[in-house]
Design a protein around this ligand. Structure first.
Ligand SMILES: Nc1ncnc2c1ncn2[C@@H]1O[C@H](COP(=O)(O)OP(=O)(O)OP(=O)(O)O)[C@@H](O)[C@H]1O
Length: 251
């Protein structure tokens, strides 16, 4: 079976500085992979290069067995970028932004249909934004805009979700809702790759984590455990920068 993503020896240089330094990563269907690591370690660069948004300077990447430049089946991929303003300067409504998640499914011969509308309704419902559907997306708070971007990806009914810090700035109740939504998606066979500093309510869903440090994968396996002060009851966040005591250390 073709896997959603396979990167072999992936290297990226930005401004002539190495940002990814030889990454091997295969994402299997049905996995929920957390990409963790300190600020600037290359997490966003990794997932953007998996999607072909940043070209590799060496190595190889494939989406469903095809290099990104030749990949055509974009409806299989739902991408939630990091902290991007949803409006992009255009005064689009929330519903319009979420509907844009269906674009890869449309063609001259397949205009917007009742099925498309239902998918958009379900996505708005999943992120609790039905009541804001007619509002301008630009008027929303940062966390609400993030939820709209998640809804846009959900609306596309992709096979794989790629999410860059989907819960950054999102309140606790909405994080719980997102975790439930993703759990349902995974139960239906979808794959998830997400960048996260803190897993919060998504932690039980994670089937594997990789930790990047300075452009290299230095840990692969279960998400790193909190330790010391932070391991006390009531302090449940995960420290992505503390992998060194884990048994699955790679280097
Ligand atoms: N367009 C760019 N040009 C030059 N350097 C860049 C560019 N984008 C990112 N970088 C650098 O690449 C490194 C990795 O950035 P990246 O955004 O992938 O990190 P990250 O792990 O996602 O960080 P964060 O946790 O802060 O989101 C950083 O040192 C950053 O300064």
């Amino acid at each position: 079976m073709t896997v959603p993503f396979r990167m072999t020896g992936g290297e990226v240089r930005l401004d002539r500085r190495p940002v990814l330094r030889g990454v091997d990563l295969t994402v299997e269907p049905g996995e929920v992979l957390a990409v963790m690591g300190p600020n600037g370690s290359g997490k966003s660069t990794l997932i953007r290069s998996l999607l072909g948004l940043i070209p590799l300077s060496a190595g190889r990447v494939e989406l469903y067995g095809v290099p990104p430049s030749r990949f055509r089946d974009w409806k299989r991929v739902g991408y939630v970028p990091q902290r991007l303003s949803v409006g992009g300067g255009v005064p689009a409504t929330v519903r319009e932004v979420v509907s844009s998640g269906r674009i890869a499914r449309q063609s001259r011969f397949r205009p917007f249909s009742a099925a498309d509308r239902r998918a958009v309704d379900r996505a708005l419902e999943a992120v609790g934004m039905v009541h804001r559907a007619r509002d301008s997306a630009q008027e929303l708070s940062g966390g609400q805009q993030q939820r709209v971007l998640i809804a846009r990806a959900l609306a596309g009914e992709p096979d794989v979700f790629v999410m860059d810090e989907p819960t950054a700035g999102v309140d606790a109740a909405s994080q719980e809702t997102l975790a439930r939504t993703l759990r349902d998606q995974v139960a239906e066979g979808r794959t998830v790759v997400l960048v996260a500093h803190e897993l919060g309510p998504m932690e039980p869903l994670i089937t594997r984590s990789v930790v990047l440090e300075n452009g290299l994968i230095t840990h692969e396996g279960a998400p790193p455990r909190p330790r010391g002060e932070c391991a006390r009851p009531g302090h449940d966040h995960v420290h992505p920068h503390a992998p060194a005591e884990e048994p699955h250390l790679l280097s």
